[in-house]
Design a protein around this ligand. Structure first.
Ligand code: ATP
Ligand code: MG
Length: 559
């Protein structure tokens, strides 16, 4: 797409206005701030593409900041996976930073706030505090601890920090306004006690700052010009600004929080809490199970970074909550693989074909292009012999004129090979066809230039040579959920909508050139779909994942 011609999205418009109003371009700075409490998903990809995309567009730095303020849920494994995923998508961060790096600074600022009478220690129960909070239509009431002296607050806060109190017994609250129309401004909690080991700061701290207190200050410390987050934080904006204003130096840049709608995708769930549940309850094999909407799952499924970036761009960003059709994501990968994946031959549901007039000991190695219509992919040798496999559903004893595949008495072309004609077949006691007997036209080899090779026959079938083919396990995936919005039902748990048939394992035959295929290599199995090598592959066992079938439900919808 032509960069000039694309209209600006609303966040770019905001940035353009800020630049027009005097913000120097070199002050633009963005960040992507994941909490390392799970693996990234396709929703995060929207945020990554947005923030890093703005960085590229404005030639501005983008930080990768781990928002690691809850040691109960965060782990190094998640940090590592997040870094890997962002890099895999093709983005480069300016600095790798951690909110935990700012714990001391936040603590020091907090002491100042206490001294200024802007924060106090509350030792009521959370139920009592919740009651005093009021409702959106009813103002709150002050805590009896709101007017503690500065000295007492400093002393109690120090005791909190020194581990002298139990978890949940004390919190530090900002003293703002219990009557504020915005509930987030009614004396929000700044610190809670958590006696948990932190994956970076170890046992240094047992009080941890809350999201709001941490996020704005981290943005300020890093001098982020536009702190982009999702819509549910819109109501936090007043608090974000209040906190930043407490420490703001007018000579510095004041970060702005701006919100966009989170990416939701049909037929899946995207909250990390729910994804973790699927992993822990072994409903899927791991975070990178190819049915998961995680970036690692999509990668293992065969998605390319390019397809995910194009999806993010096509789906766009919005100011209102919405659901993106998963068919668009599938369309994006199909479109990319159509341009990049070599075409090979594999048979998923085989039936044997015996070519009775082909010499028994003979074998040929046919030159077959990796791609039908573009050069640059080269070709490989595909063995041909007297016994081959084709797809069961590609043969019928009798069929009407619209069946362009193999039927008794008529001809088809074998891809890259010869024209064959079905003469008879053998069936088992259930009436199932077990062998098909054909004859071939030995003058009809594809590309040989003979009259017979140019003969038009209606159907072309994929096939593999029986004695040369190698066995492979093929994992065919369907949607993990049967409902478009599995977590959108008030009275039902999202797991009630799990699709019992989301994985089918098939023993297939693939052409021998695939023997050397490596983890994540992607192919089109001709007439079947796109497949990629799974990491479970060993030197003796090939495993493929089906990325997507060939038919495209998105394109058909006339989008
Ligand atoms: P979840 O609800 O899935 O646990 P989260 O918002 O808690 O997600 P974070 O790690 O805090 O996850 O998110 C990092 C960044 O990615 C944040 O800026 C967040 O707003 C953004 N983000 C998270 N989920 C989505 C989504 N579905 N669409 C767009 N952006 C998202
Ligand atoms: Mg979060």
């Amino acid at each position: 797409m032509n960069e000039e011609k694309k209209s600006l999205n609303f966040l770019e418009q905001i940035i353009e206005e800020d630049l027009a109003n005097g913000l120097p371009k070199e002050k633009l700075r963005f960040r992507f701030p994941p909490e390392p409490n799970g693996y990234l998903h396709i929703g995060h990809a929207a945020s990554i593409c947005l923030n890093f995309g703005l960085g590229l567009k404005y030639n501005a730095p983008v930080n990768l900041r781990f928002d690691d303020t809850n040691p109960a849920k965060e782990e190094q494994e998640y940090v590592d996976s997040i870094k890997y995923d962002v890099q895999w998508l093709g983005f480069k961060w300016d600095k790798e930073l951690y909110s935990s790096d700012y714990f001391q600074q936040l603590y020091d600022w907090t002491l100042e706030l206490i001294k200024e009478g802007k924060a106090y220690v509350d030792n009521q129960t959370s139920e009592e505090m919740a009651k005093q909070k009021g409702t959106p239509t009813e103002v709150g009431t002050n805590s009896p601890n709101r007017d503690r002296s500065v000295e007492e607050n400093l002393e109690l806060f120090l005791k909190m920090k020194n581990g002298e109190f139990e978890e949940g017994s004390h919190v530090l609250r900002a003293k703002i306004d219990m009557k504020h129309v915005n509930m987030h401004m009614r004396d929000p909690i700044m610190y809670r006690i958590l006696k948990k080991r932190h994956h970076r700061t170890g046992d240094d701290w047992c009080i941890y700052p809350m999201y709001d207190w941490t996020h704005g200050e981290s943005d300020y410390l890093e001098q982020i010009s536009h702190s982009i987050c999702t819509l549910e934080f819109k109501s936090h904006r007043d608090l974000y600004d209040w906190y930043v204003n407490q420490v703001y130096d007018p000579l510095k840049l004041q970060p702005k929080q701006r919100e966009f709608a989170r990416r939701n995708l049909s037929y899946t769930v995207m909250s990390k809490r729910k994804l973790l549940q699927l992993v822990e309850e072994k409903i899927v094999t791991a975070w990178d199970d190819p049915r998961m909407p995680t970036i690692s799952g999509l990668r293992r499924r065969g998605y390319t970074p390019e397809s995910i970036k194009i999806f993010s761009e096509t789906a766009g960003i919005s100011k209102r909550d919405n659901v993106t059709d998963v068919a668009l994501l599938e369309h994006c990968i199909k479109d990319d693989l159509n341009k990049t994946a070599p075409r090979v031959l594999a048979v998923l549901d085989p039936v044997k074909v015996i070519i009775t007039n082909y010499p028994e000991e003979k074998e040929e190695f046919l030159d077959a292009n990796y791609n039908d219509y573009e050069d640059g992919f080269g070709s490989r040798a595909v063995p041909f012999s007297r016994e081959i496999y084709i797809e069961k559903e590609d043969f019928r004893e009798e069929a009407n004129k619209k069946f362009f595949r193999l039927k008794l008495g008529s001809e088809v072309r074998l891809k890259n090979a010869y024209i064959i004609k079905a003469e008879s077949c053998l069936k088992d006691e259930n009436g199932e066809v077990t062998e098909i007997y054909c004859t071939y036209d030995d003058d009809s080899l594809s590309g040989s230039g003979t009259e017979a090779s140019k003969r038009k026959v209606k159907g072309t079938l994929h096939w593999v040579s029986a004695k040369h083919a190698i066995k492979a396990e093929v994992r065919v995936y369907d949607r993990l959920f049967t409902d478009e919005a599995p977590d959108g039902h008030k009275d039902k748990d999202f797991k009630e909508f799990l699709n019992p048939d989301s994985l089918t394992i098939i023993d297939a035959f693939v052409e021998p050139s695939l023997k050397t295929a490596k983890n994540l290599d992607r192919f089109q199995f001709q007439r079947l779909g796109y497949f990629c090598v799974d990491k479970d592959t060993t030197s003796t066992k090939l495993v493929f994942n089906r990325t997507v079938p060939l038919r495209d439900s998105w394109a058909k919808m006339d989008n």
